[in-house]
Design a protein around this ligand. Sequence first.
Ligand code: CMP
Length: 484
Amino acid sequence: MRRKVVTRPRFTNRIVLLLFASAIALLATYLFWSFSGEVKALLEHRMGSSPSPSADTIIKAIKLLLVGIVGYFLVRALNALFFGLAFWLKKIDAPTLIRNIFTIVAFTIFFLVAFTFLFPDVNLGALFTTSAIFGVILGLALQDTLGNFFAGISLQADRPFQVGDVITVGAQRHTGVVEEISWRAIKIRTFSNHIVLIANSNAAKEPIEVCPRDNLNARLVFFNTLYTDSPAKAIHVAREAVREADNVSDKVTPIVRIRNLGDNGVDYEVKYWPVDYAKYNDTDALIRQRIWYAFRRAGLNFAFPTRTLYLERNQGGEKRDGGAIAERLSAVDIFAPLSADETTMLAQAAVRHVFAPGEMVIRAGDPGSSMFVVHNGRVSVQISENGRPRNIATLNEGDFFGEMALFTGEPRTANVVALEETEVLEIGHAAMKRVFDTNPDLVESLSFIMAERRQGLASQADSDTASPHSTAGILSSIKRFFGL
Ligand code: CMP
């Protein structure tokens, strides 16, 4: 829906029109005034009495009516002139309610003056103050009207929202763009292009949710994925898809986060900030559409009610996709001397684990009886410096870590943290022993790397987790530990 642009009829046209109407009314009044003597004589003739007090009253009442009409047009012209000038010169757009109050007050004053002039014998003050019944009737009749009127005034004074803002009012949650705030009601245009009028007195009692026009108001859109789909990937793909959508503000990056681990899948929410909040329905729909296409390209899947029965054989990790694992292990330099069968054996023994960005794979000081090969992603080897983590090495796909504790039986020397979503292959003590039994040379090449890494650790200022050892020292401790 297009947001309605609030325009005023051209200021000069309005004034000319109203002045023209006032002139005609004035002419009619003048003519009646000039011929009032004749009309009165005619009336007296018809009534058969001369002079007749009733004929006199009728003439005065008609005069009052005509003067009232003149007054009405004059007050409207004055209103248009006054507020039109304010809008034209200072760009101040006075609310409808203020205009109406001006009209009512000015007209009442004009009318009372005209009344006292035409009916000098009638004491208006006494009429109003002594007439208790009149007061009661007026009070009862105007109860709602006055309630709305004063609620409207307080809305104008508070200015909790303005024309053009999107508001949601009350228990029925009427939502739409504010088009007008009059002395009686707030007029909103819903997103189905319906007009809803909410009486000011009701609005004053109800909670109102306001989304101001010149404010970045956030929206939430929900989606889900299968449990087998990686959250880091889903979040990245969805965020990029949302960023590209029309009407999504580029001032704030959309947020995609896990909302719940649901019955059927992982539930996510997208928080984004529309440029034009009034178009949020279209934008929400566009975002859902973009996520669908982006998921399709990325091989991600939405979850729907399913019951999946898993028969899990291995414990604590995944072992599928042996071919890819063997391929990865054969590309690791220390395993290069292994035969194809030995690599396959190692791949079968390896257990896959996935770590989220920022998750710790290894904690310094823990005991450890396995080593890891980075299958996908990156990890950071960190030591503590003045209580803060400090990166000493970044390991990529095909690199290995955790060998020090595995081969020497000592505690872990450093923290290893996933820098992005990272998949590692864990190889345990038993599998390595089998490899060493058939490839004793492997121990030597490993001890070189370990000596180098120990050197790196020892050179860090407050690292006391490792002391440099010679290659020969490491070699003999590996052999001792593995009983080679
Ligand atoms: P481990 O001591 O079992 O656990 C921490 C691991 O961090 C360690 O084995 C090594 O694999 C790795 N590591 C320690 N120092 C370095 C370094 N300087 N360069 C690369 N990796 C290292």
